[in-house]
Design a protein around this ligand. Structure first.
Ligand code: FMN
Length: 215
């Protein structure tokens, strides 16, 4: 049965998280099976030396530590490869991705399994949506323009055909601090417009994905 793999990575639970709220709109519009992993609630372990050496060691020769580390990778990789589509919520933390999301990527991206040097990866062409959220504004003309190291890196990691090769769309609700930071009060209308647009895109992409997977 094809499923959508939905991965959250905000440390903020529930509706306090903008990226989770936008993802709710996507999920409400998407009708189909979903496997949900909440990295904010239950982070996966960081990749260790045992995890790295396990990849190039015969399983029969694994130490107990390598076997444990291998089991973590196996579970995450099987969950990733078993999906037909992906929904990632990845807020901007310190100009890049939350460490829990990076830890998940480091466990999942393995040559010979999810990556293939010189050939298409098994996930090539699968639809994926990233919903990010950020406190400031990073558009042209803003003081932060050029400082967003999240969206460009996710595009390279998730969508480059030599990496995971996903068919990626990105939704970016920004200025999420405007309603709570007095110095940003004049930006509230821009924030509200970005939120409305993000919810609209999420609904549209959820509906499109449901049709695409049903076809
Ligand atoms: C640890 C941390 C680091 C952050 N770093 C940035 C940053 O570099 N730039 C920015 O615009 N916002 C930053 N923010 C604000 C978040 O991007 C913003 O609150 C966003 O809405 C978080 O997503 P969420 O609402 O889904 O949790 C940071 C927030 C946290 C908790």
């Amino acid at each position: 049965m094809p499923y959508l793999l939905h991965i959250d990575s905000s440390a903020t639970p529930g509706n306090g998280s903008v990226s989770r709220r936008i993802a709710h709109s996507f999920r409400d519009a998407f009708t189909g099976p979903v496997v949900h992993r909440d990295l904010g609630l239950a982070p996966v372990p960081h990749l260790t030396a045992e995890g790295i050496t396990a990849r190039s060691t015969e399983r029969a020769e694994h130490t107990p530590g390598q076997a444990t580390a291998q089991a973590v990778q196996d579970e995450l990789i099987e969950e990733f490869l078993g999906a037909s589509a992906y929904l990632f919520t990845v807020p901007l933390y310190n100009l890049t991705m939350p460490s829990v999301f990076k830890a998940w990527l480091d466990q999942v991206m393995v040559f010979g399994r999810t990556l293939d040097a010189g050939a298409s990866p098994p996930s090539a062409g699968r639809p994926a949506t990233v919903i990010t959220a950020r406190g400031g504004g990073y558009g042209p003309g803003s003081p932060n323009h050029g400082l967003d190291h999240l969206v460009p890196s996710l595009q390279d990691i998730l969508a480059n055909p030599r990496m995971l090769g996903l068919d990626l769309r990105v939704i970016v609700p920004e200025l999420t601090h405007a309603p709570v930071v007095p110095a940003m009060a004049e930006l509230v209308p821009l924030h509200e417009a970005a939120m409305a647009d993000a919810h609209r895109q999420a609904v549209q992409q959820g509906e499109l994905l449901a049709k695409r997977l049903a076809a």
